[in-house]
Design a protein around this ligand. Structure first.
Ligand code: IDP
Ligand code: MG
Length: 143
């Protein structure tokens, strides 16, 4: 079991000025931020990130949404990070998300759902490497 997961504050989160509130919720849930940046995904980068969904009918729209403005990828650390973060954000469709989850509180719909969370330790590693080099992660700053 790994202790890291990748979150992305999606373009809707940035547009709605919710970065601070969502990071606060993440911290309150016990996660430590060990890397964070703001970036505007290219088509190629977003398509690569969501490669597993490329046959799904919503793939084109999803890539369009994820490239519609800047987003904020974050590496989070906590024991049982992947599963606990999925619980903290709630179901993909905010209509089905539990009360108190980030998607329930802030998301507008199944696509514009504020935040991404890795779904397995294996994918967390791949997704973290998509955005961050080793030296960008806190423990490697030499502080
Ligand atoms: P997840 O983000 O909860 O892991 P996934 O099924 O991996 O959900 O889907 C990735 C992202 O694709 C979702 O977070 C959402 O933004 C978008 N998405 C998922 N299902 C739909 C859909 O049915 N219509 C439009 N967008 C969707
Ligand atoms: Mg997913």
């Amino acid at each position: 079991m790994s202790n890291r997961t990748l979150a992305i504050l999606k373009p809707d989160c940035v547009r709605k000025n919710l970065i601070g509130q969502v990071v606060a919720k993440i911290n309150e849930a016990g996660f430590k931020v060990v890397a964070m940046k703001m970036t505007h995904l290219t088509n190629e980068s977003a398509s690569g990130f969501y490669e597993v969904h490329k046959e799904r009918p919503f793939f084109g729209e999803l890539v369009e949404f994820m490239t519609s403005g800047p987003c904020v990828p974050i590496v989070l650390e906590k024991e049982n990070a992947v599963a606990d973060f999925r619980k903290t954000i709630g179901a993909t469709n905010p209509a089905n998300a539990e009360e108190g989850t980030i998607r329930k509180m802030y998301a507008d719909g199944i696509e514009q759902n504020i935040v991404h969370g890795s779904d397995s330790d294996e994918n967390a590693k791949i997704e973290i490497a998509h955005f961050f080099s080793r030296k960008e992660i806190l423990e490697n700053y030499g502080l």
